[in-house]
Design a protein around this ligand. Structure first.
Ligand SMILES: Nc1ncnc2c1ncn2[C@@H]1O[C@H](COP(=O)(O)OP(=O)(O)OP(=O)(O)O)[C@@H](O)[C@H]1O
Ligand SMILES: [Mg+2]
Length: 281
């Protein structure tokens, strides 16, 4: 597929919707109730997707559907979204407010579960995992950065960053050591003992990035990581993400409204009313 982007050191490695046969609406409707059909269409799509890469993609999401319901009102936030992400990919997800960007990121990051479709991470079908195994997979392979940082106020930067390592079973000492290493990587080694309120917004976001990286994930998801920042801090955060992706070969998938942020991605995709397409809209 064609890849847009301006950073020559970035690699491509994302693949987009492969539409076949029935409409998105049909598929989302049918997938909620017909498992047999779903399996066969998933298999075909997965095989053709894989053949586009020299090695298997890191994450494959196929035919994701998600509808929110409030009484009689229903909002189709994701309509048959298919996407592959390979190692080291940098992908910017754009689109208007309410188009489904955060919903998509939450499904890919295993924070939420789609109504239909499947997600395969390094060959492991997430749908077949127990809740516990899914949580472990998330801790091991995925990192997530929220717009509002989501740091624990009473903990220092180092303690915040160490948490996912502790949750994954590392000793206190190991966790603290790894946390310091990550803080160094995002340029905040000297702020290790600061609490969030003693840090600027940009610094807090870099702490959140360090926390997302402490278990050395394969993919980092970031939902509008620069939305609360002034433009200078936003640039530092985006440069940090791009450098980490290039150095550590972590795939980075981020949501942004900012046209400038697209420069940090090898591929830009756009959500429109729950549908995903390549390029910016
Ligand atoms: N928990 C929820 N319950 C009900 N509806 C929801 C829920 N979360 C999202 N929605 C609806 O789903 C649609 C997509 O929401 P989403 O948050 O994914 O959009 P977005 O593209 O991230 O928007 P923004 O740019 O404003 O963050 C919206 O119409 C929203 O109102
Ligand atoms: Mg959002």
């Amino acid at each position: 597929m064609t890849v847009s982007g301006k950073l020559s050191h970035m690699t491509d490695h994302a693949e987009l919707p492969r539409r076949r046969g029935s409409s998105r609406e049909d598929r989302c409707e049918r997938d909620s109730g017909d498992d047999g059909e779903r399996e066969s269409s998933r298999g075909t799509s997965c095989r053709s997707s894989t053949s586009a890469f020299s090695r298997p993609p890191l994450l494959v999401a196929e035919h994701l559907c998600k509808t929110y319901r409030h009484g009689k009102l229903s909002v189709a936030a994701l309509r048959d979204v298919t996407l592959s992400i390979a190692s080291g990919a940098t992908v910017c997800i754009g689109g208007r407010s309410g188009s489904g960007k955060s919903t998509l990121l939450r499904q890919l990051g295993l924070i939420d579960t789609p109504d239909a479709g499947r997600i395969v991470i390094e060959g492991e079908d997430v749908g077949s995992l127990s809740q516990r195994a899914r949580g472990e997979l998330r801790l091991r392979k995925l990192g997530y950065v929220f717009q509002e940082y989501a740091l624990l106020e009473e903990l220092t930067a180092q303690e915040n960053v160490a948490l996912p390592a502790l949750m994954r079973g590392a000793s206190r000492r190991q966790s603290r050591r790894r946390a310091l290493k990550q803080l160094d990587l995002v340029g905040l080694g000297e702020r290790a003992h600061h609490r969030p309120k003693e840090l600027s917004g940009g610094e807090q976001q870099r702490v959140a990035i360090a926390r997302a990286l402490v278990n050395e994930p394969r993919i980092l998801f970031a939902d509008e990581p620069t939305a609360n920042l002034d433009s200078a801090s936003a640039q530092v955060v985006m440069r940090t993400l791009a450098a980490l992706s290039a150095e550590l070969r972590v795939a980075v998938v981020f949501v942004s409204h900012e046209p400038d942020d697209r420069d940090y991605a090898a591929l830009t995709v756009t959500m429109r009313d729950g549908e995903l397409s390549e390029g910016h809209g």
